[in-house]
Design a protein around this ligand. Sequence first.
Ligand code: NZQ
Ligand code: ZN
Length: 387
Amino acid sequence: MKNFLYDIGTKIYFGEGQIVHLPEAIKPYAQKVLLVYGGGSIKKSGLYDTVTRLFRENGIQWQELPGVEPNPRITSVNAGARLCREHGLEGVVAVGGGSTIDCSKAIAEAAAYDGDAWDLVLKKAPITKVLPVFSVLTLAATGSEMDCGAVISNMDTNDKLVITHPDARPKASILDPTYTYTVSAYQTAAGTADIMSHILETYFSRVSTAGLQDRMAEALLKTCIQYGPIACNDPANYEARANLMWTSSLAINGLLFLGKGTPWSVHSMEHELSAYFDITHGVGLAILTPAWMRYVLDDSSVDKFAEYAFNVWNIPMSDDRYAMAREAIDRTQQFFTKELKIAAALREVGITEDKLEIMAEKAARTLGSAYKPLAKEDVLAIYRACF
Ligand code: NZQ
Ligand code: ZN
């Protein structure tokens, strides 16, 4: 295991009704905040009314940035950062899914910067100050509620890139599973696939951890496999929603990958799909993951896949490790397509083959240190296997 510092500075208020703690979480940091939300789900559910009532009752002043897009755009980040500067806001409160939280983090990073926030994403300018971020999570998926990354899209250049800063990790997040009752089966399935992908991206690592983090990863994967379909079919099942929500946070907050490194592969390939075709992140991951697994299965990885087969899918131990591995990959694909009912092929979600070359080239830029290093031709082969 490599050396690491474990310092997850996000206060989690977990459970039904925990929203009452939002003001006390914000007030040590900010009296005037930017309230950021998406396309209206929080107005329909009544959460908007609850949050603004709590603000009023507790003397928190606020401005609003509504309409954050799924796959949040740099234009929204710039609009939010401008509001923070104009009104001297001291914090950013995200109420929504990963897109809203990511947009809020980037706003917090850009508030002190007068230029185009895209400069910060491209690292052309340094992030000098980050406003405190708070989140009220409404969709279990990205783990953005407890990590320090944000993924921002620029539709002019077809880029979808990660911006990170340790201070962008939310100071506090409200995790009330009942807020996810209204998430559609489609988004619940995509969110479950996203959580599983975050776990798999570091489970398949070349760094041996003597097992602890891998055993935790397997437990989290099994939790998704158990509760994802229940939440899709029975949206108000508290246990299922609660388990998915806490798993989403633990999958990517560092618990699983500190000491192991981050040899991520599938996310880079998916981010290109979202950047060019604006598809749902978790759906792209579910389609790509089995194809990636088949591509990287070789003598150097087969033992790891056999471990995955035995510990996650309960496939009996056998001397034929390749057979175990292949069955585990098939089971992974069947889970996504049959249990979660996610599309099986890129064509089904509107991806066309004309952009494959450029997407493969851009994805490969970050895949030199992936689990199995992938060059442009490798990525192309994986994309093509998904049609
Ligand atoms: O915009 P609203 O009206 O809120 O509707 C959203 C949106 O249409 C809806 N929704 C959210 N909560 C709901 C709800 N509908 C009904 N009831 C609720 N309670 O769901 C739709 C999707 O929301 P979005 O926030 O886009 O989904 P998700 O949480 O999956 O976030 C996806 C984004 O996060 C990035 C992805 O790339 C993508 O841009 N990621 C962020 C990561 C991070 N910060 O660490 C890591 C991930 O790997 C990922 O890349
Ligand atoms: Zn993801």
